[in-house]
Design a protein around this ligand. Structure first.
Ligand code: SAM
Ligand code: SF4
Length: 449
């Protein structure tokens, strides 16, 4: 057994709100590993002031590990033809109303090219499960995008597959491989996944072990919040993360917090186990405190306001300008997977982030310089990522502003860059970065350390 789900269930049911809250939070802020019992006691907190303290701690740990950076990406939906029947999803086989669409590798590269022109450098490929969109197809898509579009790193959210297929995809140049468990409760899982390969709970649970064996050193976990009791789900996600660390010395690269959204053609109209906003933000902070080096990812399933609050609780990655229908960036889409809540464009998100004091980052330098997996986590844990990556994030923002600049809209962002440059204590680095910023202004691209 990877980790004892029954024990986690008992712990969820019996845990009382942390009496020694300040002590547990101080431990987390010192980047010390929290025990599962401590995690369960944080999840049991309901008092509004205590919740505010947990969120503030989450934010402080995020600043310690990542500095002011917030990483930006967009999902690229490849196909919505699916042989599974996840009851919450608009793509499910049982949704007879859905209009299916699978992008050819050429079409996927065109979508990626369109996104690259808007300024994205990092995309998350997303696909449903179908024999026509297996590893051969995905490998062709990955190669086509790298060949034809100025996208620097592709991540993947796709169904479990064999180790040999995962290896091929890793070798084609994928960064993070994400699979969400959806729910760690076997009974709830069975009810919501009545048919198709995804009906196999254990197969899904083992996918990260397969991915790591296939050479992925960056993997992403998540549960679909709203399906089952959130305290159990969040605790199980942390337990899964601890299992990967103990067994493979790998922290998950990302922990996502998808919360159930209405989906056309889904029989589930309201979440079976709703997660309120304070509970959602508690989970964001909790993931940050329990797995400090993970990118905590909040997508456009959430509103602008909730995403801003999530950033204040320790989230570090957000998607922007997302479409959840294949082909949706270049043409009017067909069936979306779920309704998107935050419809701001990339530029709007960048400017709002700057206004709130965050540093929007389009950076992909870690992948280009081989700082992944254990190496990334070690550097992040030692606080080195915050210092190291700041300069790269500054450069990518400068490149974005130079490429898209017009009528003074970017004045605040340009002032932020100048201010961050002046704050760099190391004189040599400051001078070198100032030179690179001038190069970016003059049209140079892909500048990084
Ligand atoms: N089809 C693959 C799978 O199921 O593993 C991966 C892609 S799926 C399109 C990505 C994730 O979207 C799912 O793992 C699920 O957590 C989430 N999702 C599905 N339906 C959703 C809904 N109605 N609201 C929010 N998220 C949803
Ligand atoms: Fe298919 Fe994934 Fe949707 Fe399930 S969640 S129906 S596997 S696309």
């Amino acid at each position: 057994m990877m980790f004892d789900l029954q024990y986690l269930r008992r712990l969820t049911e019996t845990a009382a709100p942390a009496k020694n809250l300040a002590e547990v939070l101080a431990k987390a802020e010192a980047l010390e590993k929290l025990s599962l019992e401590e995690v369960a006691s944080l999840l049991a907190v309901t008092d509004a002031e205590d919740l505010a303290q947990i969120r503030q701690s989450g934010f402080r740990v995020k600043q310690e590990v990542f500095g002011p950076r917030v990483v930006l990406f967009a999902p690229l939906y490849l196909s919505n033809r699916c042989i599974n029947n996840c009851l919450y999803c608009g793509f499910r086989a049982g949704n007879r109303e859905r209009q299916t669409r699978t992008l050819s590798p050429e079409e996927a590269a065109a979508e990626a090219g369109h996104l690259a022109q808007l300024g994205y450098q990092r995309l998350l490929l997303v696909t449903s499960e179908h024999p026509d969109t297996g590893a051969d197809y995905l490998e062709a898509v990955v190669r086509a995008i790298y060949e034809r579009a100025a996208i620097r790193i592709l991540h993947l959210n796709a169904p479990p597959m064999s180790q040999s297929n995962l290896r091929r995809l890793k070798e084609a140049g994928l960064g993070v491989y994400q699979v969400f468990q959806e729910t760690y409760d076997p009974e709830c899982y069975r009810e919501l996944h009545p048919s198709g390969p995804k009906a196999d709970f254990s197969r899904r649970l083992a996918v990260m072990d397969d991915a790591i064996a296939a050479g992925f050193d960056d993997v992403g976990l998540g549960v679909l919040l709203g399906l089952h009791h959130h305290r159990f789900e969040a605790l199980a996600t942390v337990a899964h993360s601890y299992y990967l660390r103990d067994r493979y010395h790998l922290n998950p690269h990302t922990l996502s917090v998808p919360r159930l959204r209405p989906a056309e053609g889904s029989p589930i109209t309201t979440p079976p186990a709703p997660v309120s906003d304070p509970e959602f933000l508690k989970i964001v902070a909790l993931y940050r405190l329990a797995v400090p080096t993970a990118g905590v990812v909040v997508t456009t399933r959430e509103s602008k306001e909730t995403r801003e609050q999530a950033l204040g609780a320790g989230a570090s990655q957000i998607s922007a300008g997302s479409r959840t229908d294949p082909g949706g960036y270049s043409e009017e889409g067909k069936t979306s997977q779920f309704e998107v809540e935050d419809r701001r464009t990339l530029e709007e998100v960048i400017l709002d982030l700057v206004a709130a004091g965050h540093l929007p980052s389009l950076c992909t330098a870690c992948y280009r310089s081989g700082r992944t997996g254990v190496r990334f986590a070690e550097m992040a844990g030692a606080g080195e990522i915050a210092a190291f990556c700041q300069s790269n994030a500054i450069l990518t923002l400068a490149e974005y502003l130079a490429a898209h600049s017009s009528d003074g809209r970017f004045a605040q962002a340009e002032a932020m860059l100048q201010h961050l440059l002046e704050e760099i204590p190391d004189q040599k680095l400051r001078q070198s970065l100032a030179r690179k910023l001038e190069e970016a202004q003059a049209g140079a691209r892909d500048l990084h350390y």
